[in-house]
Design a protein around this ligand. Structure first.
Ligand code: AMP
Ligand code: MN
Ligand code: MN
Ligand code: MN
Length: 279
């Protein structure tokens, strides 16, 4: 089992644990190197880094940035970023204010479907930092009995063609990769199988990502079947891209993979951390 996990969320975004609680759980479960990658925010990194130092965990500054590419939403992880790099910091602030606006649009869409009070209801699950996302609406919908769990929320609501969907324009891919690489970090395509891209579109994305200075594909992910791991490992090898691995943990019972339970890396691939000083 891998003791490296480079994709996780705290309650700074849509996870349920505080950054320190997340690090504690990672330590208990044998994680030796951890990245906190909250959506569009770096506010949890200081707390997590302090907690990790006490537990002898190598801590990696991370962020998961929401990107619009050809009308689709994709997620780009920034690993080993400098959270104080101004363009990154300001870019993330702009994305977060877009999230606030989108939440109002989501609530208005749910209202049309007869679901009232969702904005207040979703905000009741939001952390102190105030970042709101579909997960918070999902928790509200489960609490009110509109869906039995998060999986069914994202089948019945909040997605294209279903109640509570609001189109939103996130950051551009080029901009996002520039923020990450400009701050000294590695840009990684998160959970690529989740986007259901056809072969040609996937190849276009990988071409563009590489040309813009992207480093790695997240090959090991809770969103991937063993077969998808092989497919994306082959893409990485063919294109000389590095690979990454992460649970995408959001909270006990809410995620497919818990911290510290990732399968081994596929052979013949170079991990994203191979030239980091810590390793
Ligand atoms: P947002 O960035 O606000 O659009 O929310 C995206 C988040 O929703 C993801 O990071 C996941 O936490 C959650 N999510 C999306 N799809 C699913 C799903 N099928 N099951 C559980 N959670 C999901
Ligand atoms: Mn999430
Ligand atoms: Mn994601
Ligand atoms: Mn994630």
């Amino acid at each position: 089992m891998l003791d490296i996990d480079l994709h996780s969320h705290s309650n700074v975004s849509d996870g349920v644990l505080t950054p320190a609680q997340l690090v504690d759980r990672a330590a208990q479960r044998g994680v030796k190197m951890l990245a906190l990658t909250d959506h569009d925010d770096v506010a949890g990194l200081d707390e997590a880094r302090c907690a990790a130092a006490e537990k002898n965990i190598t801590f990696i500054n991370g962020v998961e940035i929401s990107v619009s590419w050809r009308g689709r939403t994709i997620h780009i992880l920034g690993l080993n970023v400098d959270p104080e790099y101004q363009p990154l910091y300001e870019g993330l602030a702009a994305i977060r204010s877009g999230r606030t606006q989108r939440a109002q649009n989501i609530a208005a869409e749910l209202e049309k479907a007869g679901i009232t009070g969702s904005l207040e209801g979703a905000y009741a699950f939001v952390g102190e930092r105030g970042l709101i996302g579909r997960t918070h609406f999902g928790r509200f919908l489960v609490e009110k009995g509109y869906a039995k769990d998060m999986k069914s929320v994202f089948k019945k609501y909040l997605v294209k063609g279903k109640p509570g969907y609001a189109h939103h324009e996130w950051a551009a891919l080029s901009q996002t990769i520039a923020w990450i690489t400009g701050s000294g970090g590695n840009a990684v395509i998160a959970h690529p199988a989740r986007y259901n891209l056809g072969k040609n579109v996937l190849n276009d994305l990988l071409d563009e990502f590489s040309a813009l200075g992207g480093s790695a594909i997240e090959v090991i992910s809770a969103s991937h079947t063993p077969q998808q791991v092989e497919i994306f490992a082959a893409h990485a090898k063919r294109r000389n891209l590095l690979i990454s691995c992460g649970s995408d943990f959001h909270g006990p019972g809410e995620s497919f993979f818990d911290l510290g339970r990732l399968p081994e890396l596929p052979s013949g691939c170079v991990p994203v951390w191979h030239d980091w000083n810590a390793f």
